[in-house]
Design a protein around this ligand. Structure first.
Ligand SMILES: [Zn+2]
Length: 167
């Protein structure tokens, strides 16, 4: 009997060395990310490069891989005198996500973080600090479940929640 999904298929995410070299690549690109890069990125993703989108894209992507909430990005915008409402920040983050520029990481019902790294990777959530970080070196997920014949897996999300040891 044919299986709709290869059983026990290994999904090997992030090899540590690849991740490190990718991070180095990101660092070397950082200095170059400016308004022009932001414009190219938006246009490439099919978004109209409005002034607000450009400012927010620049704030988001000029710092390399990171996980940011709408509230945090709104604060950062205010600090550099970019006049934008929290609602607009939310809308823009969702538009960027739909366009594939960001990946949403939902940690709890009320807390959503937007990840500037859209490649497959998994997260630690530091409960006390309310902080999301990438799991260094990735995580080996094996034995994915069988899915119905007419369905396919689009992504596997794993959030490993951490707190200080209790004793
Ligand atoms: Zn991440």
């Amino acid at each position: 009997m044919a299986l709709g999904f290869a059983k026990g298929r290994d999904l090997k995410i992030d090899n540590q060395m690849e991740r490190i070299s990718r991070t180095n690549d990101m660092t070397s690109q950082l200095q170059k990310f400016d308004k022009r890069s932001a414009r190219d990125m938006l246009v490439g993703a099919g978004l109209r490069p409005t002034r607000q989108r450009l400012s927010l894209a620049e704030l988001l992507f000029a710092k390399g891989d990171r996980h940011v909430s709408a509230e945090r990005l709104h604060e950062e915008a205010e600090k550099v005198n970019v006049s934008v409402s929290l609602a607009t920040v939310y809308n823009t983050l969702h538009q960027f996500t739909e366009a594939g520029l960001l990946r949403e990481v939902a940690v709890e019902g009320t807390k959503t973080y937007f990840d500037t790294n859209v490649s497959d990777h998994y997260h630690f959530y530091m409960e006390e600090e309310g902080k999301v970080v990438d799991i260094p070196g990735g995580l080996h997920v094996s034995e994915l479940p069988e899915v119905p014949d007419d369905m396919e897996i689009t992504r596997v999300d794993v959030v490993v929640r951490l707190r200080q040891k209790q004793n």
